[in-house]
Design a protein around this ligand. Structure first.
Ligand code: ZN
Ligand code: ZN
Length: 275
């Protein structure tokens, strides 16, 4: 990609961005979380969804969301932790969902890159959690790494998702993008879109209508250029938004407005920023 943005792009005051996927509970933020959130707010990334990956992080996510305005939580067992998704553990997660700060279920899915849990265990945990999300009336946050075919097959077999969901950190091609949209899912675009080699993702962003796209950091991972390789944090999502704008030949404001509206709709967040 020819273009990089060495300086953090600036949003008009009246526009907000929503980081739909970050791991604020992780150790990477433990020393300066207040500052990370403040910097995000100052840059217009005024709301952050902090995503659970196991029982402890789901609990922490809820605690953070109850402490900070503009932070929301999701709960779930990441495919890496699929072995922990016992019936008892799922029951406890379901209790957490009673908090109004819980806006989604995930991240759940399949990861065939790391294979920290055997595939059959991952598939089983994914399926049971899709059903639980439906019972809890929550949208799903799906993690799919190199598991596209199994992921789609399972989603199709599980039937409609009344609250919809999102393929987070979207890494598939145009065909997968269309299939996901057919299933009622949004595609969430990570900082990877700023990487030079991300041709497939560039094509997806160029082609897919903005009404199906969300933005995320997946912090502390996957910092966009020019911070690639360093800790990611929500304010850096401005680089991602700018690249999406560039690829779609739209303004940053148009991208912010549309992706924020999508996030508000999917996670049923209040339209007015909470104070
Ligand atoms: Zn993930
Ligand atoms: Zn994640």
């Amino acid at each position: 990609m020819k273009k990089t943005f060495p300086i953090l792009p600036v949003l008009p005051d009246t526009i907000e961005l929503i980081d739909t996927h970050c791991h604020l509970d992780m150790d990477a933020y433990q020393n300066d979380l207040d500052m990370v959130i403040q910097r995000a707010t100052d840059q217009g990334v005024r709301r952050i969804i902090t995503v659970g990956i196991d029982a402890a992080s789901s609990r922490k996510a809820v605690r953070l969301a109850e402490r900070y305005p503009g932070i929301y939580a999701t709960i779930g067992f990441h495919p890496h932790n699929a072995r922990q998704a016992t019936d008892a553990a799922l029951q406890q997660l379901a209790q957490l969902a009673e908090s109004s700060s819980v806006v989604g279920y995930g991240e759940i899915g399949l990861d065939y890159v790391k294979n920290y849990a055997p595939r059959d265990v991952q598939i089983n945990a994914f399926e049971r959690q899709i059903h639980l999300a439906r019972e809890l009336d929550l949208p799903v946050i799906i993690h799919d790494r190199e598991a596209h075919a199994d992921c789609l097959a399972l989603l199709r077999a599980c039937g409609p998702l009344p609250r919809g969901g999102v393929m987070h950190c979207f890494s598939g091609d145009l065909q997968l993008a269309m299939a996901a949209i057919d299933l009622g899912l949004y595609l969430s675009i990570p900082g990877v879109v700023t990487f030079n080699g991300a041709r497939m993702l560039h094509e997806v962003v160029r082609t897919i209508d903005l009404r199906y796209l969300l933005l995320e950091t997946d912090g502390p991972f996957l910092a966009p250029v020019p911070n690639r390789g360093r800790r990611n944090e929500p304010k850096l999502m401005l680089y991602t938004a700018q690249m999406v704008a560039e690829l779609k030949q739209l303004s940053l404001t148009e991208v912010a407005r549309a992706t924020t509206a999508n996030a508000l709709r999917l996670f049923q967040l209040p339209r007015e920023y909470p104070v």
